[in-house]
Ligand binder design. Structure first.
Ligand code: GDP
Length: 195
């Protein structure tokens, strides 16, 4: 998608604040520091619309970005960050759970994992959590520029296995540095928007 207009609509703490225009929504999740803000900025061709994490996990809100007035990208705060208290995590768990199970506009989830590492227990939990709600998933392996070409196949295989992904489910490599994978991610999102 050629992005001509991208704006932060709202950081919502409750569903009363969710946008009401009925635009299709794609949610993006991943643990803190996985490269989610960088991916959002790259997809939107903006330098710093999504804040890259100097203080990861600090804002426990759903951030809605409206794109070309036809789509919302919904940024879920990074999980797995120790400084967020257990109470905060539980509270946020309820917000995201409510969003995932009740949001009619939700068309798909992009779940980010780091190409260099085995998915964490939090990654696996998030994947299965989203899957439980029958939301179509695109797994994205981030920071792919940081691994060598001959490490790629092994990394992708490890991600598939540890998330127990069905073989037909897409797994896309991505680099915010050189843009690899952007057009494939957009294709997937555009396809989901039509559903
Ligand atoms: P977030 O916490 O998931 O939003 O992660 P950020 O987007 O803030 O990225 C965390 C760190 O990883 C930052 O230092 C980024 O510059 C770096 N980073 C993010 N994406 C990439 C990538 O594709 N390649 C490389 N080499 N570094 C990246």
């Amino acid at each position: 998608m050629k992005v001509t207009d991208a704006q932060m609509l709202i950081s919502a703490v409750s569903d009363a604040q969710y946008p009401k225009a009925g635009l299709p929504e794609i949610v993006l999740s991943g643990r803190s520091n996985v490269g989610k803000s960088s991916l959002i900025n790259r997809l939107l061709s903006r330098k710093s619309l999504a804040r890259t994490s100097s203080s990861p996990g600090k804002t426990q809100t759903l951030n809605f970005y409206q794109v070309n007035q036809i789509l919302n990208l919904v940024d879920v705060p990074g999980y797995g960050y120790a400084k967020v208290s257990k109470t905060q995590r539980e509270k946020f768990g309820q917000i995201i759970e409510h969003y995932l199970e009740s949001r009619k506009e939700l068309k798909g989830a992009v779940i980010l994992v780091d190409a260099r590492h085995e998915p964490t227990e939090d990654d696996k939990a998030m994947y299965h959590y989203v899957d439980y709600f029958d939301i179509p998933i695109l797994v994205v392996s981030t920071k792919i520029d940081k691994i060598s070409n001959n490490q790629r196949a092994g990394s992708l295989k490890r991600i598939r296995q540890s998330l127990e992904m069905p073989s037909e489910e897409p797994l896309q490599s991505f680099s915010a540095i050189n843009g690899e994978g952007s057009s494939e991610i957009w294709s997937w999102i555009e396809h989901r928007m039509k559903d």
